[in-house]
Every structure is written in structure tokens, then in C-alpha cells.
Design a binder for this molecule. Structure first.
Ligand code: CIR
Length: 255
């Protein structure tokens, strides 16, 4: 079965991105574009077919496509981001996804961002964060329930999204920062703590048996490798300055 990675080129206005927990720092746009290119090439090397949307220059955060849609085998849910500046990103992603899935939409006033959605089989966890609210999560639950999914809201604090705090790195293994989310919620899974010196290190992209991982977290990388995981690192420094990480730059699904 073909895996598709939907991505979007880095916007020329990336430096005007939304920031919540980080101080604004100068972003080297050319370097951001090279890093994003290396990311997309790596997804291709890992077996993905790339569907690349053109740059949306007027939308600084549009490279972070994960936040505007959640793609499941049965359907795609187009979100309504909590960050108002990001809502216009959704239409073009929806148009592209319509070729692959029936679409459902989160309606106003509810908000939901894909960075808050962690799907573990038929169980979907959604961060109750500054970006996803209980109305959005209730709508999401109503959309998914007929397809046999359970949806559980999870409180996150101190970080942007649920997947800033925890991601899946193996069949039965999660990588997380226990300061930002309660590991007890995920008691059916094994849990690996990030190294305490690297609080932002929980966002990894587990794909086709490998863990795609930021080069900036060597101590946590060592923890992943000590578990026997195959880790491939990427330097994404400029995307990290925009409070982005690895999962947020793609929507990955099967054709
Ligand atoms: C934002 O604040 O919305 C963007 N600057 C970063 C979004 C990152 N998204 C993600 O990790 N899923």
C-alpha cells in the first residue's frame, strides 16, 4: 500500500509565524527551505510518495500542514485551528485531501489542531490545549465514533500541542515529557521519558519502522537508540525557531 506524505513549501513570511512558548529569533529562510527539502527527501527515502503543495506566501505557518487536517483510513477531518491566523490554511489542504478521502469539518466556534491529535490504533487522544477546545474535541468525537474510534481529551500544560508532549516511536512505545502530560493516561503503552535537559524532545516521526528525529536532542536520541530503535536525525533548527517540529510538517496516510 502506497504511503503518501502531504507537505507544503516553507512560506517566505515564516519569520512572522505564531509563537506561544518561544521567544522570537531571527530565522534563516534559505536554511529553513533547505532543511524542509531534506525532510521531504527523507520521507521519500522512507518510501513515501510526496504530494507537495505550493508555498502560501501570505500564510506564515502554512508549512505546518499537520495542524489543519487529521487523516484516518476512513475519512479526513479538516480542523478549525485555535490560532485564527492559521484558519485560511485549511481550504487548500482540504482541496488536496478531497482526492483521497471523504471530508468532515470542525465547525465554529469549536477549535482543533492536528498537532493535538495522537492516534494509537482505534484510540485517539486529543490535547486540551491553547489551540484545541472541548467544543472542537466533542465535534471530533461525534465525527469519529461511527467509524469505531474512541476519542479521549487529555490535558496538556506548558507546551503547544499534545504531540509536543508525547508521540509514538514504536508499536508499543511512546516518547514523552511527563512535565507536560500525565503518562498514566497512556498506561496501555510503554513510556520512555525525554532526557530532562531536552524538554522539547518528545516530538518524533515514527514512519515505516524508523524514527525520524531532530538532531538537536542527542541525549534523548541516545535513549531511543538504547531501546533498539532505528533513528534517523535531521537538522530542523529553523523550523524549531517557528515552534515547529517533525510531525507537524507532513500529513502521512495510505492511498
Ligand atoms: C504555530 O504556533 O501554530 C506554529 N508556529 C507552529 C505549529 C507547530 N505545529 C505542530 O507542532 N503540530
Amino acid at each position: 500500500m502506497q504511503t503518501i506524505a502531504l507537505t507544503r513549501a516553507v512560506s517566505s513570511t515564516l519569520a512572522a509565524c505564531e509563537l506561544t512558548h518561544l521567544e522570537r529569533q531571527p530565522i534563516d529562510l534559505a536554511l529553513a527551505r533547505r532543511q524542509h527539502h531534506a525532510y521531504t527527501r527523507t520521507l521519500v527515502a522512507l518510501g513515501c510518495q510526496l504530494v507537495s503543495l505550493p508555498e502560501a506566501p501570505h500564510l506564515p505557518d502554512a508549512v505546518f500542514v499537520e495542524d489543519v487536517a487529521v487523516v484516518l483510513p476512513e475519512l479526513a477531518v479538516i480542523t478549525r485551528p485555535g490560532a485564527a491566523s492559521r484558519r485560511p490554511e485549511a481550504a487548500s489542504v482540504a482541496a488536496s485531501l478531497a482526492a483521497y478521502r471523504p471530508l468532515e469539518f470542525i465547525q465554529a466556534p469549536g477549535t482543533l489542531e492536528g498537532g493535538d491529535v495522537l492516534r494509537l490504533g482505534r484510540h485517539v487522544y486529543v490535547g486540551i490545549s491553547g489551540r484545541s477546545d472541548t467544543d472542537g474535541i466533542t465535534q471530533f468525537q461525534a465525527i469519529l465514533a461511527p467509524h469505531g474510534y474512541t476519542v479521549t481529551g487529555v490535558v496538556v500544560s506548558g507546551c503547544l500541542h499534545l504531540k509536543s508532549a508525547v508521540t509514538q516511536v514504536g508499536e508499543h512505545l511512546l516518547l514523552g515529557n511527563p512535565a507536560w502530560v500525565n503518562p498514566e493516561v497512556f498506561h496501555r503503552f510503554n513510556w520512555l521519558d525525554v532526557d530532562p535537559s531536552e524538554p522539547y524532545a518528545a516530538n518524533a516521526l515514527w514512519i515505516n519502522g524508523e524514527v525520524l528525529y531532530p538532531a538537536s536532542f542527542p541525549a534523548t536520541r541516545a535513549r531511543l537508540e538504547a531501546q533498539g530503535l532505528r533513528v534517523r536525525t535531521l537538522d530542523v533548527s529553523e523550523l524549531q525557531k517557528a515552534e515547529g517540529a517533525l510531525t507537524c510538517c507532513s500529513l502521512i496516510f495510505t492511498k
